[in-house]
Ligand binder design. Structure first.
Ligand SMILES: NC(=O)c1ccc[n+]([C@@H]2O[C@H](COP(=O)([O-])OP(=O)(O)OC[C@H]3O[C@@H](n4cnc5c(N)ncnc54)[C@H](OP(=O)(O)O)[C@@H]3O)[C@@H](O)[C@H]2O)c1
Length: 290
């Protein structure tokens, strides 16, 4: 049983106040055999000395890096900071994990792709980010694998949770406030419930043969932001009218890939996993929020 392999493990979760970090905090009591260390701004990952000292003070078996610069539009004007947190700091974490023989698990994004594909992106597909955030995350992947070949890098997409700010919570708020809204209908992707991803990360840690390298994880199915919003409306029975609009009518500082659906066959095979359909997971999250 994979949970037996988790016994006695000390797991550091950086960026533990974010969506995924909070989901790992919620899940932690289900793994009483593990010791979890949750850090937030008390361990700024770009502070190399602080990270080095932290690893010297305790034996860490696994580091799950949930810390990231995630402001996709702001990254266009804060390139230095985005690369410091999403690339340099990630490389450093990977190197320190290698020195301490700790497993390094890092989260990356569908935004490493340019969106020109019409079929789901496998881990081997060529990458070509269209915005600064995507480029910084791609550099983080490269540095992590250069410094530590055993790094496990999970690419995910359209993450949401009952914690922190995200598309689902924004929609709930504006649907309650406005009689009608516009939502883009020409970007295709897979919404991913951070709680599902948190559990999969624990399964990866519990699988002693899980290989280093890149692996995709997203909820099952494909949708657009418009259909995602419609599913929220249906669940909440909101009277708000949602109009589908092209991205050209909703200009943002950062360009988004038109299509960023991830092919999840590798992780399904490695973990013998049934991935929940996106709408089912959305309903679980909405059940907590409404
Ligand atoms: N959100 C998405 O749609 C999405 C999609 C694909 C991939 N991802 C990736 O998935 C991972 C988790 O994303 P998320 O949505 O959980 O992100 P999030 O909610 O924005 O959380 C990121 C956390 O990192 C912390 N942080 C930022 N800079 C830091 C630093 N220098 N040192 C330490 N902590 C720092 C933030 O702290 P504060 O609380 O102070 O802000 C925040 O708590 C990230 O790697 C992200 O790139 C996200």
């Amino acid at each position: 049983m994979w949970t037996e392999n988790l016994l006695q493990k000390t797991i550091l979760v950086t960026g533990a106040g974010g969506q995924l970090g909070m989901e790992l905090q919620r899940l932690a009591p289900s793994f009483p055999g593990c010791q979890f260390l949750f850090t937030r701004s008390d361990l700024p990952i770009e502070n190399f000395n602080a990270v080095k000292n932290y690893f010297e003070q305790q034996q860490i078996d696994v580091c799950i890096n949930c810390a990231a610069y995630t402001a996709v539009d702001r990254a266009e004007s804060e390139k230095g900071l985005a690369f410091l947190v999403n690339a340099e700091a990630v490389g450093n974490l990977a190197k320190i994990c290698s020195q301490h023989k700790s497993t390094f698990i890092h989260i990356s994004t569908d935004y490493v792709f340019d969106g020109s594909s019409e079929t789901p992106y496998s881990e081997e597909h060529s990458i070509s980010p269209v915005n600064v955030y995507g480029a910084s995350k791609l550099k983080g992947e490269d540095l992590a694998l250069n410094y530590n070949q055993s790094s496990v890098i999970i690419r995910t997409s359209w993450l949401y949770s009952s914690f922190r700010q995200n598309f689902v919570k924004t929609m709930l708020k504006i649907m309650a406030e406005r009689p009608n809204i516009n939502v883009v209908n020409d970007q295709f992707g897979c919404p991913t419930y951070a709680a599902d991803l948190a559990l999969v990360i624990m399964m990866i840690i519990g699988n002693e043969r899980f290989p280093g390298g890149i692996v995709n994880y997203a909820n099952a199915g494909v949708t657009t932001w418009y259909e995602f919003a419609l599913a929220i409306k249906e669940y909440t029975k909101s009277g708000c009218v949602i109009h589908p609009v092209p991205s050209s009518q909703y200009p943002t500082p950062a360009k988004r890939p038109k299509y960023s659906v991830l092919d999840t066959s590798k992780i399904r095979r490695l973990l013998d996993l049934q991935i929940p359909y996106w709408k089912n997971s959305l309903h679980t999250c909405l059940g907590l929020l409404t």
